[in-house]
Write a new protein. Structure first.
Length: 90
C-alpha cells in the first residue's frame, strides 16, 4: 500500500512533468501542490525540504524523498517502489 505522496510543483516546470510522469507510470496517486498559485506553499516546501527552493520536491508520508533527478535515480537503483510502499527508508 502506498503512503501519501506529495509533489510540490509549478505548471510550466519540465522537471515537475517528468517526476509526475514517473509516478503516474508506476500507478502512484499523489497530491500536487502548485507553489506558484500558493506562495505560502513555497515557503512550506523550502522548510520541509531542508532549504531546497527548486521544484519539484517530493515527499512520501511526510519524508522528503528528493527532486526529479533523485526519484529517477531511486527508480534506476530499484529503490523507489520500496520507498513509495513504505518498506524502505527515504
Amino acid at each position: 500500500m502506498t503512503g501519501l505522496v506529495e509533489v510540490y510543483s509549478t505548471m510550466l516546470c519540465p522537471f515537475c512533468y517528468r517526476a509526475k510522469s514517473l509516478l503516474k507510470r508506476k500507478g502512484i496517486e499523489f497530491q500536487e501542490i502548485d507553489v506558484m498559485l500558493s506562495p505560502g506553499k513555497r515557503r512550506e516546501m523550502v522548510e520541509r525540504s531542508g532549504g531546497r527552493t527548486s521544484v519539484p520536491q517530493i515527499f512520501v508520508d511526510g519524508r522528503h524523498v528528493g527532486n526529479c533527478d533523485e526519484i529517477h535515480e531511486l527508480e534506476f537503483k530499484g529503490q523507489l517502489t520500496g520507498i513509495l510502499e513504505g518498506s524502505a527508508p527515504a
